[in-house]
Design a protein around this ligand. Structure first.
Ligand code: HEM
Length: 368
């Protein structure tokens, strides 16, 4: 992944069946499974959007979503029943990525109807296509056949179309308004790299229309699924381990006592125990084993890599951690997670495109 990266640049190929569905929706291969040349070209274009400096520019929008989440949790705590928090974290993360990647200020948490969230849920829910994917791996040459047949019929194709149309709308609006975004978000970087007439010259730093859609879509999906899982699993683990939740809350309070005017970003990054908790959550729901910074020293550096490693590691890692830490810091200042009668113990998870809770995550939220 690092020293011999040039020999191992490519990751798992996207499954043929999904490729057919994407082709039908005019979306090219997702970034995760691009071949070496396409990946190098694309990664070089999108890397600048994920620098710490660029990410800090969207802090006000993330803080805004954190504030809304705190309000929503206030309603949940008043009802005093178990609530399904995973879906709410998903809405929160959709707001964050729409802000960071597309400069869109939306109110999904406040109930604004959004076809995109529905599409994202549909694309990720393990369903018929998982079953068919399995089947296709067992029967040689069936992929193309099944792919073509089902691509026309499955809701999955509709969901991809919805997502594609959403992204096209944002692009068109920007063209119409001669959009000037001083933040330079992801979409603007992609649009500036658009190749004339969709012709990619060798060695150029350009993208075709379908690639622009595919890269944007993958950012939406990667955030929606992974970061909401991280938040949901962490809330669940804290509810099941009161002593750890109390310690984390104590650390947050201590931090604010010493740094009264701290920004949410500084607090989230200044509380070391929060980093431990997040890493432990990523360890439990991902392979590998490691704990604290002291333990880190005694382990092989590659035995814990929830975000991959080397030049092709997760491009969204900083954004995901920033988002999760800011969210947990603002919630734990006011609320406590508790096991509810509906909480599933042990939690059942399934591996679709990523690991997620099968039946959501039900917890009680207590106001402090
Ligand atoms: C807790 C949250 C997340 C986890 C655990 C996670 C995990 C991963 C992992 C394991 C990989 C594969 C790395 C490799 O092959 O070495 C990956 C790739 C990727 N992730 Fe994430 N991810 C998260 C959040 C995000 C977010 C928020 C975004 C986008 C904003 C994102 C975008 C991507 C992209 C584009 C790739 C492909 C990178 C490439 O091929 O160059 N991820 N992620």
């Amino acid at each position: 992944m690092i020293k011999k990266f040039d020999n191992f640049t490519e990751r798992k190929k996207e499954f043929g069946f999904l490729t057919e569905i994407r082709k039908k929706a005019k979306i090219s291969s997702i970034m995760l499974s691009m071949n070496k040349q396409d990946w190098k070209r694309t990664r070089a274009i999108v890397n600048p959007a994920f620098s710490t400096k660029k990410l800090k520019m969207v802090l006000p929008l993330i803080e805004r979503s954190c504030d809304t989440l705190v309000e929503i949790f206030s309603d949940i705590s008043r009802k005093n029943n178990g609530a399904e928090l995973w879906r709410i974290f998903g809405q929160f993360d959709m707001e964050v990525i729409l802000a960071a990647a597309f400069g869109c200020q939306v109110n999904i948490l406040k109930g604004e109807k959004n076809s995109l969230t529905k599409a994202a849920i549909g694309i990720f829910t393990p369903n018929l296509y998982n079953l068919l994917s399995e089947l296709c791996t067992q029967i040689p040459f069936s992929t193309k056949l099944f792919g073509l047949f089902f691509a026309k019929r499955l809701k999955l194709t509709q969901y991809h179309n919805t997502a594609r149309n959403f992204i096209l709308d944002v692009i068109n609006q920007r063209h119409l308004q001669s959009y000037k975004n001083t933040n330079v978000d992801l979409l603007q970087l992609l649009m500036e790299a658009k190749a004339e007439d969709d012709q990619i010259c060798p060695g150029s730093k350009q993208l075709t229309d379908d690639e622009i859609i595919s890269v944007s879509l993958f950012f939406l999906l990667a955030t929606y699924e992974t970061t909401s899982n991280l938040l949901g699993f962490t809330a669940y683990l804290l509810a099941m381990n009161h002593d750890k939740q109390d310690k984390l809350t104590q650390e947050i309070n201590n931090y604010y006592q010493c740094n009264k005017d701290s920004s949410l970003y500084d607090a989230a990054h200044g509380i070391e125990y929060l980093d431990w908790v997040i890493n432990e959550s990523l360890r439990i729901y991902a392979p590998g084993s490691m704990f604290s910074p002291h333990e880190k020293e005694s382990h092989h550096p590659m035995c814990f890599m929830p975000f991959g490693a080397g030049p092709r590691n997760c491009i969204g890692m900083k954004l995901a951690l920033m988002d999760a830490k800011m969210c947990l810091t603002s919630l734990l200042r006011k609320y406590k997670f508790e096991r509810a009668p509906e909480t599933q113990v042990p939690l059942k998870t399934s591996i679709g495109l990523s690991q997620s809770p099968v039946n959501g995550i039900f917890l009680r939220v207590l106001s402090k």
